[in-house]
Ligand binder design. Structure first.
Ligand SMILES: [Zn+2]
Length: 221
């Protein structure tokens, strides 16, 4: 009996002294957002700290969500809180079965290390995880000219964005998608960017034109 009390007090102690949350993962909104249900039946939405996965409409957005689901859905998770975002969500590192989920997503190539917000001591290591994934071309790094989600979100607000950002490499390039049927190409901010036949990718506008594609009249890439 005494032992049980001791364990109980140790648990209370460790919970109150850390910022950890514990709960079962009841939904996965996208690659970097999950919801947990704790033992008081309270739901908490968690934004995964220090990483940014592709948005739903972006290439590999669904794959990133699937990956996070595979690791966390219906499992018991411990969340180490690091921050609260502007939407009031808890921002934390998620652990499931002793696995650091955030790092695992980076390793599998389904996220960028979130340059702007990753400030913890391990964030430098996380850049290396991202680099390793890029090098081995896993996950979204299989794709041509992957667009970081933060650029994608900007692009969605400002259609002229991609004109000035036709960088050649990885996260610098927003890239263009060409429709293999109509031979029209679109910027990443265009609603047609991921259309059914928009499967040809170009790093630059020039390359799209050289390949015989013409710019979309809507997004005017
Ligand atoms: Zn377009």
């Amino acid at each position: 009996m005494r032992l049980i009390f001791l364990i109980f007090f140790l648990l209370i102690h460790s919970v109150s002294h850390s910022q950890n949350l514990v709960g079962k993962v009841i939904s996965v909104a996208d690659g970097d957002t999950i919801t947990i249900l704790d033992n008081k039946y309270l739901q908490t939405k968690i934004r995964l700290y220090g990483i940014d996965t592709p948005e739903k409409g972006q290439p590999f957005g669904k794959a990133a969500k699937r990956f996070t689901s595979k690791l966390t859905y219906k499992k018991k998770a411990t969340i180490k809180r690091y921050d609260t975002d502007k939407y009031g969500r808890t921002v934390g590192v998620v652990f499931v079965d002793g696995i650091n989920v955030n790092a695992e997503i980076l390793k599998a190539g389904f996220a960028w290390q979130y340059r702007k917000y990753c400030k913890a001591s391990f964030c430098e290591d996380w850049i290396l995880l991202e680099k390793e994934a890029r090098k081995s071309q896993v996950g979204l790094w299989k794709g041509v000219a992957p667009v970081s989600p933060w650029k994608w979100r900007k692009g969605a607000r400002n259609s002229s964005y991609s004109k000035s950002n036709t960088g050649k490499y990885g996260d610098a390039g927003t890239g263009f998608h060409g429709n293999i049927k109509s031979h029209v190409f679109h910027s990443s901010s265009c609603r047609h960017f991921n259309c059914k036949n928009c499967i040809e990718s170009f790093y630059t506008r020039k390359k799209a034109i050289a390949a015989g594609y013409r710019p979309c009249g809507g997004c005017k890439p």
